[in-house]
Ligand binder design. Structure first.
Ligand code: SF4
Length: 293
């Protein structure tokens, strides 16, 4: 079956939540013209790479580490995986094994790997239940609370470890690609992130090293460099991140429901209790019915 292109819900590990993003057909997006922006390694104390365990993350870690190695600054790179925790019934919100794939990326390039979770929420599931409604394009509390805030805390943690005597200057690398949507195509490859600024304890530069790669080029990067990918891609998924994401394409949700029936049953129960449809266009109950048909 040939699937239509679509706008994915998250950047790498949703780390760019606060930069987001409204849906647009991927086939109308185009990479920006002109030379690619060059990251200034000397101007930064360290670079955090957000890694969800997805395919873009694999290409991202490769690109960052290759550039760092060329600059003789591989020691500045750290890979961060944001753990989204479990549901009430004990199911992982993310795909099982995603963390291990992310760890493998870091190990392949010999850089430190860290797993961190929200200091406020035990899981994204807890956050959703507290909110009383599902995340959506206009309610991206999921990424801001369980990924961006976690990334910001990790920048502070690494900055503290380095004991610089001044606010740390960090790079934050994410796997957003121009091909994914018109909104993402317009993103600058390098810009000051809003987690930095006057009165804050850190200076953070957002960096999108694989912004210009197509999906085919992402997979070619994997093949050419022997980078591991999650088995869910071999089972028909186009995205990883949360196994049930209200911003995902319905086709992907139906496939995920086939692969994760217990998790989706728990989401359907929560949907009934909350009284809000999982997606505006389709309920979780309907997704499950389509998965069974
Ligand atoms: S539900 Fe998960 S995958 Fe979807 S936007 Fe939120 S954090 Fe990202």
């Amino acid at each position: 079956m040939t699937k239509k292109p679509f706008t994915p819900p998250c950047g790498t590990g949703c780390a760019g939540s606060q930069m987001e993003l409204f849906a647009a057909p991927a086939d109308t997006a185009a990479a920006p013209a002109g030379p690619a922006a060059v990251f200034d390694w000397d101007a930064h104390d360290f670079v955090v790479v957000g890694d969800s365990g997805g395919k873009d993350s694999g290409a991202l870690v490769h690109e960052v580490c290759s550039q760092a190695d060329k600059a003789g600054q591989l020691n500045k790179v750290r890979v961060l995986h944001c753990d989204l925790g479990r549901t009430e019934q004990g199911h992982l919100v993310e795909w099982p094994g995603a963390l291990e794939v992310a760890r493998g990326h870091a190990e392949q390039y010999g850089v430190p790997f860290a797993v961190r979770r929200s200091s406020r929420w035990r899981s994204l599931w807890e956050r959703i239940l507290d909110h009383g409604n599902w995340p959506g394009h206009f309610a991206r509390y999921c990424t801001s609370d369980t990924k961006t805030a976690v990334g910001r805390n990790y920048v502070d943690e690494v900055g503290g470890e380095l004991n610089l005597g001044r606010p740390p200057r960090a790079g934050y690398a994410m796997g957003m690609r121009a091909e994914e949507s018109k909104a993402r195509a317009k993103k600058p490859m390098i810009e000051r992130h809003r987690m930095s600024g006057a009165g804050t304890l850190r200076v953070v530069t957002t960096w999108l090293p694989i912004h210009r790669l197509t999906t085919d080029e992402v997979w070619k990067t994997h093949r050419d460099n022997g980078i591991a990918h999650h088995e869910a891609y071999d089972q028909g998924m186009r995205r990883l991140s949360c196994r049930a994401c209200p911003l995902a394409h319905t086709d992907d949700l139906v496939r995920s429901a086939q692969l994760n029936p217990q998790l989706f049953a728990e989401y359907a129960e929560a949907e009934a209790k909350m009284g809000h449809p999982f997606k505006k266009s389709i309920t979780m109950r309907e997704i499950i019915e389509r998965a069974r048909s």
